[in-house]
Design a protein around this ligand. Structure first.
Ligand code: ATP
Length: 216
């Protein structure tokens, strides 16, 4: 039997939008994954506290995913005390899926650029592969600490990555790259402008009925 293929896409999801969801679906197909765990951070270590509670961000994520096959809204960081370190989340997924599982941590290029500042970045590669999703406007050269961290890890394509349980790096240009960001969604909501077609309608409806993101 083939080992399971699983990805984690962590984030603030403040709120979830079509850029996140479309990326997760394309990742699933491009790497022929069994599952993508979308994991909201309770306390994002490297940014300010979100306006909306973790439980509400998780509820929006659940609505956004709906019945999409292969995507799961994963509450495990909300159930843990302290800062949300991705290495701890990957360790718990590794425990769940086993040593042979092909485990992937997916992240957008903007997040990748800050990777060398994360908590124990070397440990991430012991636990998982890294898949970097290119985002529009993200073709800057790598900072030197990051270039050093990823040296010798890059592989050419999904199948090369899936030969091993962890340790590789793949940069993936998804066919439908989307310029939407949560910052732009929040900005629009705070100034009473439309967010239609930037996020799933069920997510938009809940944001409006719960009066979320009304101020900057
Ligand atoms: P913000 O604008 O608040 O920084 P964001 O839209 O970047 O938020 P996050 O929750 O921080 O959303 O993102 C979670 C992960 O999804 C990150 O790895 C991020 O790079 C990636 N991501 C976010 N938006 C997109 C997008 N449009 N296309 C591809 N990846 C994305």
């Amino acid at each position: 039997m083939e080992p399971p293929r699983v990805a984690m896409l962590g984030g603030t999801f403040d709120p979830v939008h079509l850029g996140h969801l479309r990326s997760a679906v394309e990742l699933l197909e491009a790497l022929r994954l069994d599952r993508v765990h979308m994991v909201p951070a309770k306390v994002p270590p490297l940014r300010g506290t979100p306006q909306v509670t973790p439980e509400e961000r998780l509820a929006l994520l659940r609505l956004g995913i709906g019945d999409t096959p292969g995507l799961v809204a994963d509450p495990r960081e909300l159930e843990r005390d302290g800062p949300s370190y991705s290495a701890d989340t990957l360790a718990s997924l590794r425990e769940e899926y086993g040593r042979q599982a092909r485990l992937v941590m997916a992240l957008g290029h903007d997040a990748f650029l800050r990777l060398a500042d994360w908590h124990s970045p070397q440990r991430l590669f012991q636990l998982a592969h890294l898949v970097v999703i290119e985002r529009p406007g993200s073709d800057a050269p790598l900072p030197s600490a990051l270039a050093k961290l990823v040296e010798g890890r890059e592989v050419a394509g999904p199948e090369a990555l899936m030969r091993y349980p962890a340790g590789g790096l793949l940069r993936l240009a998804l066919p439908t790259r989307m310029a939407v960001s949560a910052t732009e969604v929040r900005r629009r909501l705070a100034s009473d402008r439309s967010v239609r077609y930037l996020l799933p309608e069920a997510v938009e409806a809940r944001i409006h009925s719960n009066l979320l993101y009304r101020c900057r």
